[in-house]
Design a protein around this ligand. Structure first.
Ligand code: ZN
Length: 225
């Protein structure tokens, strides 16, 4: 398995090359050219992109999903609790949580019924707490990790890497765990942190920032609980 991060304007996408090719998140709508250039360079001629997994329905994560789906035919995967939001082109709830998130709050547009990105209807809707990805050609599973948004999901891969979307965000030091700017439900968020703790990943990849070691993540959780 090869895990390749793709730096985009505000966030990052991650290409997982295993038996099949799966892209985690797609960046903002304006990231399309960068994203396509990267995929083109990292997929052989004729090698398909099979899946696009969206960690949650915020525009900086599914912004290019519609265009990429049209271009490649890759099947789009999302959790059912964020499915409708992406289908309508809206943003999942933006509820300030961290200190910085609260400071930024007055400057952030939070109208839940505003179209922020090209709508896309997912082909595969995750409903369960855990979904094995082996049948999809990826050695790992999708785990429901709500809190940042209702339908936030993470990937727990068999090589002990966790890709956790916006469960945490690091704006100051890319390798230092920080709370996300936004969390619609803090109890669900804490419960999701526990799932990552129990998985004991060697490496935890986030989308705003870089990655964490398990020890740094454990110390962060001690402060939270
Ligand atoms: Zn988000």
């Amino acid at each position: 398995m090869n895990i390749i991060p793709i730096k985009l304007s505000m966030t990052k996408a991650i290409l997982i090359k295993d038996q099949k090719n799966l892209l985690v998140d797609t960046g903002n709508p304006k990231d399309y050219a960068t994203l396509w250039h990267f995929l083109d360079a990292n997929l052989e001629d004729g090698e398909p992109l099979d899946y696009i997994l969206i960690t949650h329905a915020h525009l900086d994560h599914y912004g290019c999903a519609a265009a990429l789906h049209d271009k490649t035919g890759a099947k789009v995967i999302i959790h059912e609790r964020d499915y409708e939001t992406m289908k309508l082109g809206y943003n999942s709830p933006i509820v300030p949580f961290s200190f910085t998130g609260k400071l930024l709050s007055p400057f952030i547009k939070k109208d839940p019924k505003k179209i922020v990105a090209n709508p896309v209807e997912a082909d595969i809707v995750i409903k369960d707490e855990e979904t094995d990805l082996q049948p999809f050609g990826i050695a790992g599973k999708v785990v429901a990790t709500p809190g940042h948004t209702p339908g936030s999901i993470s990937l727990f891969l068999d090589d002990q890497t966790a890709i956790v979307g916006d469960l945490m965000m690091s704006f100051f030091i890319p390798e230092k765990p920080e709370k996300p700017l936004f969390a619609y439900n803090v109890d669900e968020w804490k419960n999701s942190l526990k799932k990552v703790l129990e998985f004991e990943p060697k490496k935890i990849i986030i989308t705003h920032g870089n990655f964490y070691t398990y020890n740094d993540f454990k110390s962060f959780c001690k402060k939270v609980f």
